[in-house]
Design a protein around this ligand. Structure first.
Ligand code: E4P
Length: 221
């Protein structure tokens, strides 16, 4: 499973890229606003230089023509590893189809149903982003949506779209998504850090350090 980080915070991206475990980045208008950056394209260029993998940059327009213009402008002015993010609407899917046919990576976002995921695959999306946390928030079952989409996509090998699990709230979302065979999880920085931790790892390491000290040895003389 690939790990993307879900943030527009450059410092966080640099820290997590240093682990060598980061495969890409997703941003959205809310995350860009939170970052405080005033130049969206410069921000995405900076992120694209830190991470080799796909970096999602989302259009702002919602109507087809202006959305298409924005998408083409982003493609023209951003590095090759950018994935244009469009909403799962008729306009977004139309832009997705056009960009995908030209070889541009597209991330179709705000997916909340299996039917929408089928449309994204038919439009040639590189990624579809089902939002699990936001479904859980309204009392629905976010992970069931991932299971449904994985099952459908596996039945159609000609669907090349990768399932990018989004709106991840905790490590169990990531583990369950991996068990279902989802291709990617985009994860907030704090949740990525939670993935590393287990109290028995800390306890075991403290014991090993103490016991090693008793031997009085050094591995490198
Ligand atoms: C996906 O690409 C979105 O940026 C993100 O996962 C949304 O998550 P949220 O529901 O925590 O805002």
């Amino acid at each position: 499973m690939k790990f993307f980080v879900d943030t527009a915070d450059v410092k966080e991206i640099k820290d997590l890229a240093a682990t060598g475990l980061l495969d890409g980045v997703t941003t959205n208008p809310s995350l860009v606003a939170k970052s405080g950056h005033s130049n969206f394209l410069d921000l995405i260029r900076e992120i694209c230089a830190i991470v080799d993998g796909p970096v999602s940059a989302e259009v702002a327009a919602t109507d087809y023509e202006p959305m298409r213009e924005e998408a083409l402008y982003l493609v023209k002015n951003l590095p090759r590893n950018v994935a244009i993010k469009v909403p799962l609407t008729p306009a977004g899917l139309k832009v997705c189809k056009e960009l995908s046919e030209k070889g541009t990576m597209v991330n179709v976002t705000l997916c909340f149903s299996p039917a929408q995921a089928i449309l994204a695959a038919k439009a040639g999306a590189t990624f579809v982003s089902p939002f699990v946390g936001r479904l859980d928030d309204i009392g629905e079952n976010g992970m069931q949506l991932i299971a449904d989409i994985c099952e459908i996509y596996m039945a159609y090998p000609n669907f090349k779209t990768e399932v990018l699990v989004a709106s991840v709230r905790h490590p169990q979302h990531v583990v369950q998504a991996a068990k279902m065979g989802a291709h990617v999880s985009t994860i907030p920085p704090a949740v990525i850090r939670q993935l590393f931790g287990h109290p028995l790892t800390d306890k075991g390491l403290a014991q090993f350090v103490a016991d090693w000290a008793k031997t009085g040895q050094k591995i490198i003389p």
